[in-house]
Design a protein around this ligand. Structure first.
Ligand SMILES: Cc1cc2nc3c(=O)[nH]c(=O)nc-3n(C[C@H](O)[C@H](O)[C@H](O)COP(=O)(O)O)c2cc1C
Length: 188
């Protein structure tokens, strides 16, 4: 069974970043047999996440929320751009995650911003953070600005096409991993 976990670094649970994450998770689920989706919303759990500055200090609830990322096969990680980067709470969340269990996981990266000017933060900041964890990111990163939405509904066909492409890329990776695991099991 494939577990998709969305991690939303926005202080707003029902915001634009969340809309991209939900659509992307559904687009992957349609392509991967038996995939299931779980969500991490730092808007809902930020107090728990800041219950400690390092792992042994955090609350039981925070431990559960951090474990969700550690159990994922595919992470779909999104944040609004704040001060030209991901939000502080998203960084703190990943400061708590155990590096050793993340190696080899797959990820799709997403961000929303007030301006087109900051889309490259995905390449210069989000992607290197994944590199630290040895997480394999799909080439297509997702970025939306206010004009791509009607409220929090995605209205841009370009953004929808990007979501579709990122979902296709992630599904290819997940299906290939599942096939190679099955081949190893069959050989044993
Ligand atoms: C404190 C703060 C800082 C922000 N900094 C930036 C920024 O540096 N660059 C940018 O493009 N947008 C910036 N924005 C705009 C948000 O990234 C944008 O409104 C985003 O789509 C909100 O996403 P959400 O609906 O998921 O919360 C900032 C917004 C806030 C509240």
């Amino acid at each position: 069974m494939c577990l998709i976990v969305t991690v939303n670094g926005s202080p707003k649970d029902g915001g634009r970043t969340g809309a991209i994450l939900r659509e992307t998770a559904e687009a992957v689920r349609r392509r991967v047999d038996g995939a299931r989706i779980e969500e991490v919303s730092l808007a809902l759990d930020w107090k728990e996440i800041f219950s400690g500055l390092w792992r042994p200090q955090i609350s039981e609830r925070a431990e559960e929320v951090v474990c969700r990322a550690e159990q994922a096969d595919l992470l779909i990680i999104g944040s609004p751009i704040y001060r030209a980067s991901y939000t502080g709470v998203l960084k703190h969340y990943f400061d708590l995650v155990d590096r050793d269990v993340m190696s080899g996981k797959k990820a799709i990266l997403a961000a929303t911003g007030g301006s087109q000017m900051h889309w490259l933060a995905l390449e210069h900041q989000f992607r290197p953070l994944m590199g630290f964890f040895n997480i394999q990111t799909v080439p297509t990163a997702l970025y939306g600005v206010e004009g791509d939405f009607d409220g929090v509904e995605i209205r841009s066909e370009t953004l929808r096409a990007l979501i579709d492409r990122a979902a296709f890329e992630a599904a290819e990776l997940l299906n290939a991993s599942a096939a190679s695991e099955e081949a190893v099991e069959a050989a044993q």
